[in-house]
Design a protein around this ligand. Structure first.
Ligand code: ATP
Ligand code: MN
Length: 491
């Protein structure tokens, strides 16, 4: 076995202990070094110091008379410190230990007058969105982004443990996976002297790649190429949609997880998606309980402002446990339409978009009705009308529906979209013709159907929607570090 000798550098700078680890120790006079940012300074003596490893601060005690006024004046909110001292059981209430400082070094000053988060009242989430460069230093965003990290890690662990290959699909592509438009063009053509073809259209042959290109909206099509060689793959990368949806669930840049599995049918696909969602939620509960409990309290506080009927019945922890402990409700699109049509909600015309009948695309208000009012748990809808779904979904024998599935989550709506893919070349080509998908350009995709085609399936999980679900944050812009949305790309 290979082993590595630890580096022996006596005078190294980073010899600190992280506060999370420190707070787990039994204080008995041990000498430690911590570094972090000042959250508050009380009575010219008690410093609440935070280093981002946990929302809990270490209480640093600067013994009276031990430090000069010059130094004490510089201990302001968000100044950064290096503190050496010993840990002892705390005499005060609210913390287990004090760090009795022997030396305090100011690493970086912070002008308290100008520090944007130095507010008497709790800053609103909207205000913090404008200060996104500093908002990680608040408890809410500390918790959100630690949970986001844990979920990302759990995703890799889940697929790695099952033998999936992590595949990096291209960010710049020449194909529009959904045929849905809403693309961000990638070009180096000049705006003032755009090269034109004879018919007046832009001549992309002169562009950097010799063709029109855009930022990817999905890695699925390339993922299928991987799955039909490795068996099981997943992608986890950024995707881009220039959709002008100013909602609390849409971003122009978001991260998507797209597993793609050979030898899977629709039911295998649903089983994997359900197991996957439960796994990553459980991982967060097991590893980030403290952060989740903080976020649960935050959500409860936020909901106190709402009328009774708008508050969630369960609370965040209860909701997560509930998802873990219950099977997702699975029903066909056709059954869903029947439930919606017969609902009192529809009869009393409470939907903005009425239920016109079989074939209609479901709006998010309909999805939310099914999840939040009717079943009160996550729902997997499957077998949608082919006419409202993408060209690559497998055609069912009824000649009307395709083997698609969406997973709908309480409070969020659609969190996963997936399908069994059409593996039969003739059927796929016929469908592409019908939908005006350029067959010649997709020669590489169709080759998988020409050379050893297999039943296969996959899905896409919107990572930020998952983070929203687990953290209880109501706006998707609060679960990604620097949100990109219409009219907003600061930082
Ligand atoms: P929606 O109807 O909510 O716009 P969609 O049908 O466009 O979703 P898909 O194309 O199936 O979504 O994408 C797969 C998943 O990616 C969705 O289930 C969702 O979780 C997520 N997603 C889609 N669009 C966005 C977006 N603009 N911002 C964040 N996540 C998104
Ligand atoms: Mn969409």
């Amino acid at each position: 076995m290979l082993t590595f000798a630890p580096l022996k550098r006596r005078k190294m700078f980073n010899n600190r202990i992280k506060i999370k680890e420190l707070l787990a120790m039994e204080p008995a006079g041990q000498e430690v070094i911590v570094m972090g940012w000042v959250r508050s300074f009380r009575n010219n003596q008690f410093i609440a110091l935070n280093d981002g490893s946990t929302n809990n601060n270490i209480q640093v005690v600067a013994g009276l008379g031990q430090f000069g006024d010059e130094l004490l004046k510089r201990i302001t909110t968000s100044a950064s410190l290096k503190v050496t001292g010993t840990i002892v059981p705390s005499l005060g209430k609210g913390q287990k230990m004090d760090l009795n400082a022997t030396t305090i070094e100011i690493l970086g000053d912070s002008d308290a007058e100008k520090y944007p988060l130095q507010l008497k009242n709790r800053p609103t989430l909207e205000y913090l969105r404008e200060k996104a460069h500093l908002r990680f230093r608040t408890n809410t965003f500390g918790s959100v982004f630690r949970v986001r990290h844990a979920l990302a890690f759990a995703i890799h662990k889940f697929f790695n443990d099952k033998g999936f290959v992590y595949m990096h699909t291209p960010i710049i592509t020449g194909s529009d996976a959904e045929g849905a438009g809403e693309l961000f063009r990638v070009t180096t053509l000049p705006f003032d002297k755009t090269p034109r073809s004879e018919d007046g259209s832009v001549n992309f042959k002169e562009d950097f790649f010799g063709r029109a290109t855009n930022l990817t909206v999905s890695g699925q099509l390339e993922g299928e190429l991987g799955a039909t060689a490795f068996g099981d793959i997943y992608t986890f990368g950024p995707t881009f949609r220039a959709e002008n949806s100013n909602t609390t669930r849409h971003l122009a840049e978001f991260w998507m997880i797209e597993p793609e599995m050979a030898f899977y049918d629709l039911e295998d696909n649903m089983n994997l998606a359900e197991e996957f969602i439960k796994y990553i939620i459980k991982y967060a509960i097991d590893n980030n309980k403290e952060d989740l409990e903080f976020l649960a309290q935050r959500l409860a506080d936020e909901e106190k402002q709402l009328p009774q009927d708008k508050r969630s019945e369960m609370g965040l922890m209860g909701k997560l446990e509930f998802v873990l402990n219950n099977d997702f409700e699975r029903l066909t699109y056709t059954d869903a339409i029947d439930i919606l049509k017969e609902s009192n909600y529809n009869k009393k015309k409470k939907f903005q978009y009425g239920i016109t009948g079989w074939g209609m695309d479901l709006q998010s208000e309909h999805e939310r009705y099914l999840v939040e009012k009717h079943f009160k748990k996550p729902v997997i809808l499957y077998n949608y009308p082919g006419a409202i779904k993408a060209f690559y979904m497998r055609q069912n024998d009824d000649g009307k529906t395709v083997a698609a599935m969406d997973i709908l989550a309480p409070g969020i709506g659609e969190i996963v979209g997936g399908s069994q893919r059409e593996e039969r070349l003739d059927k796929l080509e016929a469908r592409m013709k019908e939908m005006h998908i350029p067959i010649e350009e997709m020669w590489w995709y169709l080759d998988t159907r020409r050379f050893g085609t297999v039943p296969h399936a996959g899905f896409g999980l919107g990572f930020e929607r998952m983070v929203q679900f687990v953290t209880g944050m109501t706006n998707i812009r609060d679960v990604i570090a620097f949100p990109r949305a219409p009219g907003s790309a600061e930082f």
